[in-house]
Design a protein. Structure first.
Ligand code: TTP
Ligand code: MG
Length: 396
């Protein structure tokens, strides 16, 4: 049976979210990435800005030279995360087979849903309409019998497009397009292919697979298959998270106990926030250390009761750290913390007021961080990390 796979990608995502919130930005050249007099690159450019040649990944200053009248904005990641969550929720109303492929893109398998939603083109229109009404955003949708063709089709019909490739037409749709349109063909591969005299996907499809394998190794087989619209990858909804971890490598190896402790605290808070975001509790805490000679150890403790509390994770991890530091007196290059054996959060006992207060405090901190960024609020114990956090905030 012919599969009906959708690739849905939001148009000029970061910029469009800003435009939806601020109508003054609509219809104008807008760039999200930061102020042009600062170091940094363009994250997203409105289609009006693209007319001037501005592209994602370009230094902001170059964008400014191409279009000085463009409006440059810093951007606000939590807003994009929120829009992304709502986008995925809308898609999940149409099929249980939804695979997020990025913040603003997903595959959806609609095979066999005609009885409910009508033909694929109609379903595509419905999805676009809901995204438009509920998020004030436009999406482009490609529909085909396999992932790779659906993705090329959604790129091809941008912005605000809908393109269905009829079964049997896949190869002829791909053939005239430049090889750079094929997922997996970056600048380097496109250049190497050009040296072999291959510039279109059709030419790539005709090239013997043995030759592509000789030049590109195993990826050569994928290139050949994709160019011929051969792609049997399934749409795979994300599997249940089994563990959550955060780690950091130091600029300089260290044995400074208070610095290690503060870093550990920071990482535990990140892990705790992620647990609560996912409505999970953990039964096991794992500490990872890599020493300057690259020896790597991990030590773990099972918790008596499952928890999502920063405090519990940190206290457990700190005990593990102290033990590890007395075992070995070697400079530390990397520290990491993970939690595993996850289960869905249960209602905490109302009788245990101290647990409940901590829970409320963690929730309040999460809300502030969601709004203003993770580093907007620091507990006393991560204060020695001020410099690292400031650098991280700037990178963002
Ligand atoms: P894309 O879907 O590649 O780009 P886009 O949505 O801005 O534009 P379009 O799809 O219409 O071509 O990426 C989605 C978001 O990911 C984008 O809005 C910002 C972010 N992003 C970066 O931060 N840096 C990048 O280099 C790219 C390509 C995207
Ligand atoms: Mg996009």
């Amino acid at each position: 049976m012919n599969r009906r796979i959708f690739h849905i990608d939001l148009d000029a995502f970061f910029v469009s979210v800003e435009q939806a919130l601020n109508p003054n930005l609509q219809g104008k050249p807008v760039v999200v990435g930061g102020r042009p007099d600062r170091r940094g690159v363009v994250a997203s450019a409105s289609y009006e800005a693209r007319k001037f040649g501005i592209r994602a990944g370009m230094p902001l200053i170059k964008g400014y030279h191409l279009c000085p009248q463009a409006i440059f904005i810093q951007g606000n990641f939590p807003r994009y995360q929120e829009a992304s969550d709502k986008f995925m929720e809308i898609l999940s109303d149409f099929s249980p087979q939804v695979e997020p492929a990025g913040l603003d893109e997903a595959y959806l398998d609609a095979t066999g849903t005609e009885n409910i939603f009508g033909p694929p083109g109609k379903l595509g229109e419905k999805i676009k309409e809901r995204i438009k009404n509920e998020l004030k955003l436009t999406a482009s949708i490609g529909i085909a019998s396999c992932k790779v063709v659906a993705k090329v089709a959604s790129d091809f019909c941008k912005p605000d497009g809908l393109l269905e490739i009829t079964p049997g037409d896949e190869r002829s749709f791909l053939a005239p397009l430049p090889v750079s349109q094929l997922p997996g063909v970056g600048k380097k591969t496109a250049k190497a292919l050009k040296e072999l005299g291959i510039t279109t996907i059709g030419e790539l499809a005709e090239t013997p697979v043995s030759l592509l394998q000789k030049y590109f190794g195993a990826p050569g087989v994928f290139l050949h298959n994709y160019a011929n619209a051969i792609d049997d990858r399934e749409v795979e909804p994300p599997s249940e998270t089994k563990s959550i971890s955060r780690e950091t490598t130091f600029a300089e190896d260290t044995l400074d106990g208070s610095f290690l402790k503060a870093t550990l605290r920071y990482l535990c808070e990140r892990v705790g926030a992620e647990l609560r975001y996912r409505n999970k509790q953990a039964r096991c805490v794992v500490l990872k250390l890599r020493y300057s000679d690259f020896e790597t150890i991990s030590r773990q403790t099972a918790l008596k009761e499952s928890s999502d509390s920063d405090e519990v994770i940190f206290t457990t991890a700190h005990n593990l750290l102290n033990k590890a530091l007395t075992e070995k007196q070697k400079l530390v290059r990397l520290i990491g913390i993970g939690v595993s054996h996850l289960m869905d959060s249960k209602q905490l006992s109302l009788l245990d007021k101290s647990v409940n207060r901590r829970e409320l405090l963690n929730k309040a901190i999460d809300r502030i961080r969601k709004k203003y960024g993770f580093t907007s609020i620091q507990t006393g114990r991560t204060l020695p990390l001020k410099e690292i956090l400031a650098a991280e905030a700037e990178d963002y």
